[in-house]
Design a binder for this molecule. Structure first.
Ligand code: SF4
Length: 302
C-alpha cells in the first residue's frame, strides 16, 4: 500500500489546520482546560453540529476511515472527523463479549454521525474461541493479547488486503489528550497508513469527551456506568487484579469462565496469579485503567 506524504495530505486535513487556527500557546495550555473555554466550546460545537471547515472528499485515491471502538472517546473523535473532513467509512469490529449495551450505543452513534457504522466480526466471534484457537491456547503476554490479534487485528488486515492496491488510507483514532504518546507509538508502528487523532489535536481529555457525548443526549455505554474506564469486553484479559475483582462482582459468570479458561490454557491473565486463586481483596478498589481495545492494542506485537 502506498504511503501519503504527511506534509501533502495529513497536516492540511487536520494537524496544521488546527494549529493555524489556534495560537500555539492556546493549544498547549488548553489541555485539560475548563469545559466553558472557547476552545472546548469550539469542540462541542464541532461535535454537536458537524459544521466545520472545509471538506476534502474530492481528493482522489484516499479512503478516510474511523475505527470506532464503541467507546466514548472514539465516538467523539469520529463525530469530529466527520464534521471536519468527512469520512468514507466508520467501522466497528464487534466481539460477542462486549456488553449488550454496546450495540445500542453503536446504533445511537450511527444516528449522531449521520453515517452508517459498518459492523465487522472475526469468525472466532468471542474471546474464549480466539484464545483457544490452537488447542493449547494463549491468553496474554508481552506481545499482546491473543484475542485482540484474532478478533480485531486480523479483521482489519483482511479488510485492508481486499482493498484496491493503490488505496491511500487515513485512519481516525479516539486517543484523548492524555494518550499522546500512545498516538505517537501507533503512528510509528503503522507506517502504511496516515493517522489522525482529533482529541489529541484539540487537547480534549477523556472527561471532556464524556461531556461532549452527554451534550449530544446519547447515553454512554453501560460499562462506564458500572465504573469501568472503557467499553472493552466484559472480562478483558488485559485487566489487573482490581479490575478482575470488580468483574467477579459484576459478571460472576464471566469471571468463572475466564478462570476456567486460564486452567485449560495453562496461563494467567494477570501475571502469575490464576483468577481462581485471586484474593478478592487484592488490587485497587477502583478498576485500573486499561487501554481501549481497538485494532491498535496489539501494537506490542508489531
Ligand atoms: S477488549 Fe480485552 S478481552 Fe476483548 S478483545 Fe480486546 S484485549 Fe481481548
Amino acid at each position: 500500500m502506498s504511503r501519503l506524504s504527511q506534509s501533502n495530505y495529513l497536516l492540511p486535513l487536520c494537524g496544521s489546520r488546527r494549529r493555524q487556527e489556534i495560537p500555539p500557546q492556546d493549544h498547549e495550555s488548553s489541555i485539560g482546560q475548563d469545559a466553558d473555554s472557547p476552545k472546548t466550546q469550539q469542540a462541542y460545537s464541532q461535535a454537536n453540529d458537524g459544521t466545520v471547515n472545509t471538506r476534502n472528499n474530492e481528493i482522489r485515491g484516499i479512503m478516510k476511515v474511523s475505527w470506532f471502538s464503541a467507546g466514548v472517546s472514539s465516538a467523539v473523535a469520529t463525530k469530529m472527523a466527520i464534521g471536519n473532513m468527512g469520512l468514507d467509512k466508520v467501522i466497528y469490529i464487534h466481539v460477542d463479549d462486549q456488553h449488550p449495551d454496546s450495540m445500542r450505543f453503536v446504533k445511537d452513534c450511527e444516528e449522531w454521525f449521520g453515517q452508517e457504522v459498518e459492523i465487522m466480526q472475526s469468525p472466532f466471534k468471542n474471546v474464549r474461541d480466539a484464545c483457544m484457537m490452537h488447542g493449547k491456547g494463549y491468553i496474554n503476554g508481552p506481545h499482546g493479547a491473543n484475542c485482540t490479534r484474532h478478533l480485531k487485528k486480523m479483521v482489519r488486515i483482511k479488510w485492508e488486503y481486499e482493498l484496491p492496491i493503490d488505496t491511500n488510507l487515513i485512519y481516525v483514532w479516539g486517543m484523548d489528550s492524555g494518550e499522546a504518546s500512545r498516538a505517537e507509538r501507533l503512528t510509528k508502528s503503522m507506517t502504511d497508513q496516515q493517522h489522525i487523532f482529533p482529541l489529541v489535536e484539540l487537547g480534549i481529555s477523556k472527561a471532556h469527551a464524556h461531556r461532549i457525548l452527554k451534550a449530544s443526549g446519547i447515553p454512554r455505554p453501560e460499562m462506564y456506568n458500572l465504573g469501568y474506564p472503557n467499553n472493552n469486553c466484559k472480562g478483558c484479559v488485559k485487566g489487573g487484579m482490581g479490575y478482575w475483582n470488580h468483574i467477579r462482582v459484576d459478571f460472576p459468570d464471566v469471571f468463572a469462565d475466564r478462570a476456567k479458561m486460564e486452567r485449560e490454557v495453562g496461563h494467567t491473565c494477570i501475571k502469575g496469579v490464576f483468577l481462581d486463586e485471586l484474593d478478592p481483596d487484592r488490587g485497587r478498589f477502583a478498576p485500573i485503567i486499561i487501554d481501549d481495545c481497538g485494532i491498535f492494542c496489539e501494537l506490542e506485537a508489531l
